[in-house]
Design a binder for this molecule. Structure first.
Ligand SMILES: [Zn+2]
Length: 370
């Protein structure tokens, strides 16, 4: 991240520090500040409403799960949580993220707002709340919440929809998320679609959001239920006490609009029939046939940032066309890979979300022309 930002930060507006490792990410934060972009920190407190493993290093952890209904009634418990989260932000963060919890209705929505307002009072820095909404959140309730956030003085928000952003999303779910984003923008807020890959990029291209965020080779979708199920399973350790299975190394293949496993990426990039259509010619990748798998993190940063830059450099009314072309090429290439270049043990590349996005964009463009 440090090296990437030192070379330029085009297409990138902010970085987010790790909930548990932020203190060790100072060099990256300083590179971001030097590049003039924001440094956020995500406390991931939504995980604290459920029992599980690995929670004790999250800010605000009190040894037992938070009861959302109790927290909604108890000002002093909320204050303690806000203080813990504000304190957990490293000094070098430039924007604060309040504690936040999963929102399935107005009570949880207003609890999040109360925590966000308390955070404003505890800091001089700008505050950007996270609102993790169930994917079919009521549009009427979204309107009420958006107005209340706006009245409380918030000018930016990180919306996350769960579950959303996997490969099996249908048009109605995507359309509903875009509608909620529109509602918050209409209320005067700068909206970021958090933890979102292709759907975030499409939402940005269509003008539903002001930005989108992701991890490095990961966090391109939100599944709150899967996150919570994972934390409830005890970690499987090897004989040295290290977590078994290692860390997921996601390799972004721009031509497929997909982040795949290291093994899958290598197999595809080694195939001379499809290699050139998958590949990347930016920075280190220009000089290496297997660039995306050799330095998958640098590749992820430069390829994702260049996708965003390309959109930013295109006048807004041409962006949907640019995005449609990208998704259509990716869909065709996924189909080609499935038909002709798939190892027997590899699963087929999914296509539903790409199709939904393409059909959804087509529909929107038809409506806006009509
Ligand atoms: Zn690359």
């Amino acid at each position: 991240m440090e090296d990437f930002l030192a070379r330029g930060s085009s297409g990138v507006a902010a970085i987010a520090l790790h909930p548990k490792a932020a203190a060790h990410q100072q060099a990256a934060a300083e590179a971001a500040i030097a590049a003039g972009i924001d440094v956020l920190y995500d406390p991931r407190t939504e995980r604290l409403a459920y029992p599980g493993h690995g929670l004790d290093r999250l800010p605000g952890y009190v040894g037992a799960p938070f009861d959302i209904n109790q927290l909604a009634l108890n000002l002093s418990h909320r204050q303690r949580l806000v203080e813990a989260v504000v304190t957990a932000h490293p000094d070098f963060s430039t924007v604060l993220t309040p504690p936040h919890f999963y929102v399935d209705g107005m009570r949880a929505g207003r609890l999040n707002l109360a925590l966000a307002e308390a955070t404003i009072l505890a800091t001089d820095k700008p505050v950007r709340p996270v609102l993790m909404l169930k994917s079919r959140f009521s549009h009427d309730d979204a309107g009420t919440l958006a107005a209340e956030y706006s009245d409380a003085g918030f000018t930016q928000i990180d919306l996350r929809f769960t579950p959303l952003g996997g490969e099996g999303d249908g048009i109605p779910k995507i359309r509903s998320a875009f509608k909620v984003a529109d509602i918050f923008r209409t209320a005067g807020m700068r909206v970021i679609l958090g933890r979102s890959g292709n759907i975030g990029q499409a939402a940005f291209a269509l003008g539903h959001v002001d930005g989108y965020s992701m991890g490095i080779g990961q966090m391109e979708h939100v599944s709150h239920a899967a996150d919570i199920a994972r934390q409830k399973r005890p970690p499987v350790l090897d004989q040295d006490g290290k977590r078994k299975g290692g860390i997921w190394q996601g390799v972004y293949l721009p031509g497929l609009a997909a982040t795949v496993s290291m093994k899958r990426a290598r197999q595809l990039l080694e195939n001379s029939d499809v290699r050139t259509r998958l590949g990347c010619r930016i920075e280190g990748c220009a000089n290496s046939l297997l660039g995306p798998v050799i330095d998958h993190k640098s590749h992820y940063l430069h390829s994702r940032a260049s996708d965003a830059t390309r959109l930013l450099q295109t006048p807004p009314h041409w962006r949907p066309k640019l995005e449609t072309d990208r998704l259509r090429r990716a869909l065709e290439l996924r189909e080609l890979v499935n038909e002709s270049y798939r190892a027997p043990e590899s699963p087929a590349m999914p296509t539903r979300t790409l199709r939904s996005l393409l059909d959804g964009i087509e529909e929107e463009r038809a409506t806006s022309v009509a």
